[in-house]
Design a binder for this molecule. Structure first.
Ligand code: TMP
Length: 221
């Protein structure tokens, strides 16, 4: 009997208010309708039901504190600590059962937020990634790009959404956007920079086109 094919690992990235959650839900529906098994998860913290307790505990440490509660290095390490557990206990086992994994944020967020936003630099984050996860990376990544003002306006309009990251100053968010754009330029075969402005359906169409280009025949019609 032919061996089942490994599932595909697709990540969504971008600044605050870019619409990742909505777009992931739409893609999950599209894939499920095509008969593909899908797991939706996120970082930091793993599945939103809290079933990965180690990662959920680290998420609370990261998002509930005041701005400046952690040094950028600690923040990067905490993100990688939860990421190791997430990859080993949730993501790799799902891929091995031929399930696709759609993840809201992954390693590119550490590069953008800690590497660029908090100025740890590319080298620190690349080395950390190699030490923690070797060459493991997503098969494709959609980086949702929006002007900073538009993203923050959307993020702050959500009820109860004011996390400490959203309270960072404007120049931080500008560095973040530059970081995500630099990641997309550095790895164009994996990463697509998606214009996240406009209505939800138009953004979905851009994402599908970009994923089909990268995942070829495995992306369902
Ligand atoms: P969320 O609001 O998208 O769920 O993510 C929580 C915050 O954590 C968000 O502002 C981005 C930030 N973050 C990092 O700073 N580094 C990381 O590696 C990840 C995954 C998220």
């Amino acid at each position: 009997m032919a061996r089942a094919r490994r599932g595909l690992f697709v990540t969504f990235e971008g600044g605050e208010g870019a619409g990742k959650t909505t777009q992931i839900a739409r893609l999950a529906r599209h894939l499920t309708a095509a008969g593909i098994d899908v797991v939706v998860t996120r970082e930091p913290g793993g599945p939103t039901d809290g079933s990965l307790a180690q990662a959920a505990a680290i998420r609370r440490l990261l998002v509930e504190g005041e701005p400046g509660a952690w040094s950028a290095r600690s923040e990067a390490l905490l993100n990688y600590a939860q990421r190791i557990e997430h990859v080993e206990r949730v993501i790799k086992p799902a891929l091995a059962r031929s399930t696709w994994v759609l993840c809201d944020r992954f390693a590119d967020s550490t590069m953008a937020y800690q590497g660029y936003g908090h100025r740890l630099g590319r080298d620190f984050v690349l080395k950390l990634h190699r030490m923690c996860l070797g060459t493991f990376r997503p098969d494709a990544t959609a980086i949702l790009d929006l002007p900073v003002e538009a993203g923050l306006a959307r993020a702050l309009a959500r009820p109860g959404a004011e996390t400490r990251f959203e309270r960072m100053d404007r120049s931080f968010h500008e560095r973040l956007r530059r970081g995500f754009r630099a990641i997309a330029r550095a790895e164009p075969r994996r990463c697509a920079l998606i214009d996240a402005s406009g209505d939800v359906a138009s953004v979905s169409a851009r994402i599908e086109l970009a994923l089909r280009k990268r995942l070829k025949a495995r992306f369902p019609a």
